[in-house]
Design a protein around this ligand. Structure first.
Ligand code: FME
Ligand code: ZN
Ligand code: ZN
Length: 404
């Protein structure tokens, strides 16, 4: 028998909230129905038309206290359909371990519908128990996290509707952890997607054309790939788990190379796009300058596809009451908490920019990691094990006394 919580998760996974044309309307309808069924208050905010944000409310007994906001994004990244063994939007439940467990294959099974589904299951448990806590707890389900939050947390965090929530603390996306640790993520690397473009002489491929676009861009590519190699060496030299340390170094990936059209035509233009992740422990503006100089000295243009103004890493100290609660919940549910830096980019940064502490934490550990990959799946027993984690976490966060 399929547990009802799994059926609900699979229903959420089947909604095609996939870029570039996510079905946000159907998603909002599903989420609103969940809120009604669970018995929660809810609100739908559209900062950008066609991009609904659904907010669920578990009302506290003391409305004067700042609230807790559990955030998750509803959008998922595109798939290479022919590389998947199952339809990425069928949430196929495939038995393994002699039929004792299942893998649920779907885009978003890890990133990050699992966490949103777990928030709802935890709310369901709490409502069913009839327990009440001092602080109000909201869960926000936002669009567009994967596309720089344009219709989601960026405008929402600047809206009156957001201010009305009086958020005192946030929980956001955690990683699915492939090792035994549960990562607690109070900060993250800055995302620096950058395009270098070179222009040069063109001509017949049989000639020695000089000053070509490719000649100009190659030193840029080589230098950044050298940086990649040295950062990787640093990562490999650090003691401890690779996943723990990933956020501490700078990540570099060459993701798009664009240029020529035919083998015998020297192209006038060539471009290289990099996805760079810059450690919050270093100076971001110095790095921007370094990249600008790298382009200039090689006669290339540079375009930042997204540019944060500063590293937003709100330091958190061990005496932080919310951090203590996250750690104790990990320990009391058999998890091993490890505080580190998030290697990817999350919506937590919008709250941090507002001066609100937001910490990423996920319930899933000891699970193969497939975010943005082919055949993304979630092991059913791992998902079910996440329900008591968020239930306990919500109860405890909602009981943290006012820290102001
Ligand atoms: C800067 S918007 C991109 C956000 C995206 N987040 C998770 O995958 C990421 O690439 O990290
Ligand atoms: Zn995500
Ligand atoms: Zn993602």
């Amino acid at each position: 028998m399929e547990p009802a919580s799994v059926t609900r998760f699979r229903e959420y996974l089947k909604i095609k909230t996939v870029h570039p044309t996510p079905d946000y309307e159907k998603c909002a309808e599903f989420l609103v129905n969940q809120a009604k069924e669970i018995g929660l208050g809810y609100q739908v905010v559209e900062c950008v038309k066609g991009k609904p944000i659904v907010i669920m409310k578990l009302e506290g007994t003391d409305p004067s206290l700042p609230s807790i906001l559990l955030n998750s994004h509803t959008d998922v990244v595109p798939v290479f359909r022919d590389k998947w063994d199952y339809d990425p939007f069928a949430a196929t439940r495939v038995p393994f371990d002699d039929g004792k467990d299942f893998k649920i294959y779907a885009r978003g099974a890890q990133d990050m519908k699992v966490q949103g589904a777990l928030y709802m299951e935890a709310f369901r448990e709490i409502k069913a128990s009839g327990k009440k806590f001092p602080r109000t707890v909201y869960a926000s389900f936002v669009p567009d996290e994967e596309t720089v939050s344009i219709g989601g947390m960026d405008p929402f965090s600047k809206s009156q509707e957001f201010r009305d929530l009086n958020v005192g603390f946030g929980i956001d996306e955690g990683s699915v952890s492939a090792d035994g640790n549960t990562y607690i993520l109070p900060s993250e690397r800055a995302t620096v997607p950058v395009v270098f473009t070179a222009h040069g002489n063109t001509g017949h491929g049989s000639q020695f054309i000089e000053g070509t676009a490719i000649e100009k861009i190659l030193p840029v590519i080589n230098e950044l790939l050298d940086l990649r190699a040295s950062e990787l060496a640093k990562l490999n030299a650090l003691p401890g788990q690779r996943e723990t340390n990933l956020g501490l170094v700078t990540g570099v990936n060459l993701t798009i190379l664009e240029g020529g059209k035919q083998a015998n035509v020297v192209p006038e233009t060539f471009s290289a796009t990099f996805d760079i992740r810059y450690s919050p422990l270093k100076d971001l503006h110095e790095f921007y300058e370094y990249l600008e100089n790298l382009a200039a000295k090689n006669g290339c243009e540079i375009k930042f596809l997204y540019r944060e103004e500063k590293n937003i890493s709100k330091p958190v100290t061990d005496d932080n009451e919310f951090l203590k609660v996250i750690k104790s919940t990990c320990i009391d549910t058999g998890r091993k908490p490890v505080v580190t830096v998030m290697s990817a980019c999350t919506d937590a940064r919008w709250l941090r920019m507002k001066g609100i502490q937001s910490i990423g934490v996920g319930a899933i550990h000891d699970h193969p990691e497939y975010p943005h990959a082919n055949n993304e799946y979630m092991i059913e027993s791992k998902y079910i094990d996440g329900i008591p984690f968020y239930t306990m976490l919500i109860e405890r966060l909602a009981c943290v006394p006012d820290t102001n």
